[in-house]
Design a protein around this ligand. Structure first.
Ligand SMILES: Cc1ncc(COP(=O)(O)O)c(C=O)c1O
Length: 284
């Protein structure tokens, strides 16, 4: 039995009680047999017999593949399949390269923690997802939060960043379609501001993936802005109905993430089955 001293038990129950009193207590509830009015399976893909059949077919074709990746892709976990799928993802999302992460959370954490360094500045919308917030917290860059979708506030913070850190790189991180309010970022205006202040735009496309663009490539492609955004995060656990994520952008960004993104380096890669899922989604 795990050691739980009286004082630790008291501490935990006090914190949980305070959470409950504020109406914030989280509990796991079984969703089996319920009608789905709340998940991120926007297109019903997670329940699609066609997608399931395509994944099973790919599964059967790969008889010699391992069940698990067996390690980080920098050790034994690298497969040709992952590279092929990443090339396909890059083509699909209209950019040079893609790098698969185990989840959208990992992708945002890795990207925001390693790209802006000490001496750089990271500007984030106040409504970005927890994974971006956590990544930003791990970065040594100077951080500013701007009011949600407020271009005047973005510009003020960009000016502030340029005045206080003349030599550092400035990054601006937003979602394209916000999970909190369901509204859309003014991406074109943000890209214009980034151009004006020599900043790099990072866009989390978690909720736009599969829903916007001619083939579901997301809002950046829908607006023709793919050459004005440094990195996009596409997650596969929402409208695409499976799991995992990719950061897409220039080839050098992929090389950088392979070297510095800790949630990519220090974790067991997704199993080959997950890659077949992406293959079934993107290569068909
Ligand atoms: C905006 C946004 N980004 C990233 C994530 C994380 O994606 P994943 O569920 O693949 O970890 C979520 C998930 O809720 C999200 O809403």
């Amino acid at each position: 039995m795990a050691l739980l001293t009286h004082s630790v038990a008291h501490l935990l129950s006090e914190r949980l009680a305070a959470y409950q009193q504020s109406g914030l207590l989280r509990q796991l509830r079984n969703a089996d047999g319920l009608v789905d009015f709340c998940s991120n399976d926007y297109l019903g893909f997670a329940r699609s017999p066609e997608l399931k059949a395509a994944i099973q077919q790919a599964d059967v074709a790969q008889t010699r593949a391992r069940t698990g990746a067996t390690g980080s892709r920098l050790l034994a976990g690298q497969t040709t399949l992952a590279n092929v799928v990443e090339e396909e993802l890059a083509r699909f999302y209209g950019t040079e390269s893609a790098l698969i992460f185990n989840s959208g959370y990992d992708a945002n954490l890795g990207l925001l923690a390693c790209l802006p360094k000490a001496g750089d500045t990271l500007l984030t919308d106040e409504l970005i997802h927890a994974s971006m917030i956590d990544g930003a917290r791990l970065s040594y860059a100077t951080r500013y939060r701007f009011r949600h979708n407020d271009l005047t506030d973005v510009e003020n913070k960009l000016k502030q960043a340029r005045e206080s850190q003349k030599n550092g790189q400035v990054f601006v991180a937003v979602e394209s379609l916000y999970s909190m309010d369901g509204d859309v970022a003014p991406l074109r205006d943000l890209a214009d501001l980034c151009d004006r202040y020599d900043a790099a735009l990072l866009v989390d496309e978690a909720h736009a993936t599969g829903l916007y663009g001619p083939n579901g490539e997301g809002l950046v492609v829908a607006m023709g802005l793919q050459d004005r955004v440094l990195a996009r995060v596409h997650t596969f656990g929402k409208a695409l109905g499976v799991h995992g994520a990719a950061v897409v952008g220039p080839g050098i960004l992929r090389d950088y993430l392979i070297n510095f993104a800790r949630p990519f380096i220090y974790t067991t890669a997704l199993p080959p089955t997950a890659c077949w899922q992406f293959a079934a989604l993107t290569c068909t």
